[in-house]
Every structure is written in C-alpha cells, then in structure tokens.
Design a protein around this ligand. Sequence first.
Ligand code: DP6
Length: 327
Amino acid sequence: MSQGIEQHNPGHSTRAQAHPNIALIKYWGKSDTLMNLPSAPSLSITLDTLVTETSITNASGNSDEVWLDGEKTIDLKIAGWLIDLRQRFDLPPLEIRSTNNFPTASGLASSASGFAALITAINAHCELGLDNNQCSIWARRASASAARSMQGGWATLSGPHWHVESLEINWPVRVVVAITDATRKAVSSSVGMAQSKDTSPYYPAWVETTTQDFAAATDLVAAQDFAALAELAEHSCLKMHGLMMSTQPGLLYWKPATLAVIHAIRELRAEGVPVFFTVDAGPQVKAICLPEAAKAVEDKLASISGVQQTLNVGLGPGAHLVTNATP
Ligand code: DP6
C-alpha cells in the first residue's frame, strides 16, 4: 500500500546486495515489452563473489539522484522503471548508489544483479511490503534476467506468472568466467532482442524449441545429469547466438578469444573433464564445471591468448539486505 512520503526512513540508508546469474537455458526475446514478459522460459544459476551493492537514502533535493560505480549518472532505464514504480507506490525522491565489483554491461549480467539489489533496497527502505515473488516481478519489469537474481542457486523464470522460482536443489557447480574484453557492449539486450524478433527468420523456431529445452533442462537438473545438461546448455547458447547472428543487422558479441575459449572447453570435455560453456550478450565465456574440475579449467582458460582475466566462482544467494543503519 501507499505510504506517506515523510514516513519513508528519513535520514536512514538501506543497503542490499545481489549477485549476477548465468542462464543455461537462455532468454532472448519478449512477448510483451510493456510488462517485459519473456517469450520463452529460462533457467539460471546465481553466482557468488561477483556482487552489486546498492544503498538507498532519501534524496536531499526534489529529484532522484543515481550514482553508478561512484559516478553521478542519468540512467534512462532506472528512471523509466522508477516512474512505473511510482504509479503503484508513493516514493520520496531517492538517492541511489550502486557499485559492482565486476565490469558493467559487458555480458556479466550487471543489470540483473543491479535491479535485484535495487528493488530489494527500495522495498525495505520505503516499506513497500513486497514478498520475494513480487520483488522479482518488479525486477523483471526492468530486466527479465534480474528476476532470477532474486533467488539463489538454481532458478527459473517461466509463465504464466513470470516471477522467479527456485529449483530447490543442492548441486554446487562452479563457474570459471574467462574475461576477453571488459568494455561496454555495443548493442543492449533489449534493443538486440527487438531486432531479432522483427528480423530473424529463426525467431519462431527459437521460441518454440526453447520452451522444450527448458522442460528438458529442469528434469536434467533435478537428476543432476551433468553430461546431458552440458549438451543441452551449449545447444541453447549456440542457438541463441545463431539467432543473434541471423538478426539484421547481425548481432555478433564474440571476440576471437571467445571462440578460442569455446574450443578449449569442448576439448577438455572430450578428454573427460566435466565442463561446458555458455556465452551471453558479450564476449566473456562462462565455463560451468563440477567442483573437482574447476582448477584445471581455470588453468587451461587462463593460458589462452586474449583471455585477460579469469574468475572462479561458486553458487551464491538471492538478493538480500545488508543493513539498515543510520549513516
Ligand atoms: C543473453 O535480462 O538483460 O543474458 O529484459 O531486455 O533487460 P532485458 O534483457 P536482459 O537479457 C539477458 C539476455 C541474456 C540471456 C539470459 O540471461 O537469459
């Protein structure tokens, strides 16, 4: 319910953290841009170590202030989302400060952790009374992948409600991220998705088969069948990039090192190492592996020319509050 503006924690700051998630069955395309509904379900893992931390205070002036990684910013996506939120809730002008400990907008899902942390912090700071499902719906309206970062571990986003759900499984895989280029991506996911829907002849087949892939993948995760999940997740990834490449103008997020890492991961798997790759709307490669293989995978990927940095991370929690302290 709406609250009086003056009751919203004046002088207090509220902090929340959220982690990026990596989709193994990919989301690419919307059925409804107003509510930001995906056209097909997705399945993801939420990571640890990589983190967005967001703090909210009441702004001293009459308008919102947004600081991203220490720089005052006008972020149209955040501004538009706050307009929608204010149609439902009575919010004071807010000062939003958000920092990532990893490169922003380079295929490491910073918008996912960003909006999950943001709604978690605003929900507490402004006493909106939203539960986790409702927070994930608000996060989704900004960035559909953000809904999944509301949940830790293995998570899904599927219709008809399009809020996050947990797969409730304790399967501690690890993810080695190979960073090949940490600069900001040229075409945002939202723009790229609209172009794919409008121009790719593969789009209807992508939507139809992703729905089938999702059903199969949830069964494979429940059975902890790594080998079969590896094949299906790589298929979903390559199919998404095939769709991207068949878009006009073609979307090509890979760098030469991206492909080199993909080949290396396939070679490792052929040698019996339990590892598979996935790549999002950026040039980084994420190698998902069983814990005992993580060191060998990281050593191999770090040795590839063009790999600037590797990160070796596990599965992390959903978005959560850090503190409710008075500064
Ligand atoms: C390639 O969630 O960033 O990472 O809803 O338009 O903000 P919007 O898109 P976003 O897209 C993520 C796309 C992806 C695949 C995935 O995470 O499922």
